[in-house]
Design a binder for this molecule. Structure first.
Ligand code: NAD
Ligand code: TYD
Length: 350
């Protein structure tokens, strides 16, 4: 069926994989990618699909309500997949306001446009992409389920939790058809090199120190980004209105073990003597309020909709390291002066 679908944040890491999947898989859909192109947005991520007839890119800011309303009026969206966000915990610690504007106010602007400009809610869907970080931090045992009480600990997760609450409130109050999914840490191509995996690979390549916060004992559950995109496709088409779905990789890694793994793969790909890259590991001051552990139970999504994460972490992480090592140009273009300054402030000065 023909549909106009708004994907926000489509030039970012996860958004670019979702846009590509939808543009290629659903030629009858018109995919409108709305992105402000902040430091994290990069149209190079989408150059292979940019000329497809069912793809439109619009540069714009979700914090501007008049502009959002105009877009809804012009394109009469059938569905929204909302990914646009400020997404990095460390940035949220140094500049929380940017997270409040984009993640909370931006989300509410989109909800307001859908509420007032969708005349008939039947067959519409507002799908909000969120994070497992809203549930807080786990000790050694247990996993987050969909009913785990919210307990966000960082300005980033507090802003995402707030946006999730607004999405649910609009469903409860105005009957807006919504779905939320909360996903664990993603890895794969196109991720801005401020996040652990691309940052570590870039530093390994350039013989820079690999900053490990604290003792490197924090644990994350890593999911390949294309698995997340596949889950989003499934939930968008088969998910139940008003429901929440957890998405996770069932793939927990202690940061330090993951970094050793990246070093080992990089040594092999760069023809370095085993152990060379690991010498770059540098323990630095811990992140303020650093969440110890995230782990997701995605059995609801697996049972109800038949989704499964791919079980090939070894191949996928190797492919990811290779992608970052090979894509010199991508790094050059994305590493702007702004980022270099940020990098120096965060790590070199520690
Ligand atoms: P990202 O930072 O790579 O991309 C975010 C995109 O949003 C960028 O293209 C940016 O230009 C755009 N954007 C930012 N502010 C905007 C604004 N005001 N108006 C319009 N566009 C704006 O983020 P990501 O890692 O791809 O995350 C995408 C979504 O998935 C986010 O909502 C994030 O909270 C969520 N999420 C991410 C992860 C992860 O591991 N990266 C895990 C779970 C959930
Ligand atoms: P990150 O990729 O920023 O994702 P998140 O904070 O959303 O989980 O960080 C992943 C883990 O790696 C987290 O425990 C913080 C840690 N980390 C480092 O040890 N060094 C780094 O340089 C970065 C960016 C993160």
């Amino acid at each position: 069926m023909k549909k106009n679908i708004l994907i926000t944040g489509g030039a970012g890491f996860i958004g670019s994989h979702v846009v590509r999947l939808f543009v290629n898989k659903y030629p009858v859909y018109q995919i409108i990618n709305l992105d402000k192109l902040t430091y994290a947005g990069n149209l190079e991520n989408l150059k292979d699909i940019q000329d497809k007839p069912n793809y439109t890119f619009i540069k714009g800011d979700i914090t501007e309500p008049d502009f959002i309303n105009e877009l809804f009026t012009k394109y009469k969206f059938d569905g929204v997949i909302h990914l646009a966000a400020e997404s990095h915990v460390d940035r949220s610690i140094s500049d929380p306001m940017a997270f409040i504007y984009t993640n909370i106010i931006g989300t509410v602007n989109l909800l307001n446009a859908a509420k007032s400009l969708w005349t008939d809610f039947s067959s519409k869907l507002f799908y909000h992409i969120s994070t497992d970080e809203v549930y807080g931090s786990l000790e050694k045992e247990g996993k987050f389920i969909e009913t785990t009480p919210y307990d966000p600990q960082s300005p980033y997760s507090a802003s995402k939790a707030s946006s999730d609450h607004f999405v649910r409130a609009y469903h409860n109050t105005y009957k807006l058809p919504v779905i939320i999914s909360n996903c664990s840490n993603n890895y794969g191509p196109n991720q801005f090199p401020e996040k652990l995996i691309p940052l570590a690979i870039n530093n390994i390549k350039n013989n820079r120190p690999i900053p490990v916060y604290g003792k490197g004992e924090n644990i994350r559950d890593w999911l390949y980004v294309e698995d997340h995109a596949a889950a989003i496709d499934l939930i968008f088409h088969k998910g139940k209105i008003g429901k929440t779905y957890n998405i996770g990789g069932n793939n927990e890694w202690k940061n330090i073990d993951l970094i050793y793994k990246l070093c080992e793969i990089a040594d092999c790909k760069l023809n370095r003597t085993p152990g060379t890259s690991a010498k770059l590991i540098t323990f630095v001051k811990d992140r303020a309020g650093h969440d110890l552990r995230y782990a997701i139970d995605s059995s609801k999504l697996e049972k109800n909709l038949g989704w499964k994460p791919s079980l090939q972490f070894e191949q996928k992480i190797e492919k990811t390291v290779e992608w970052y090592l090979d894509n010199e140009e991508w790094f050059k273009n994305i590493l702007t002066r702004e980022y270099e300054k940020y990098y120096e402030r965060q790590y070199i000065s520690r």
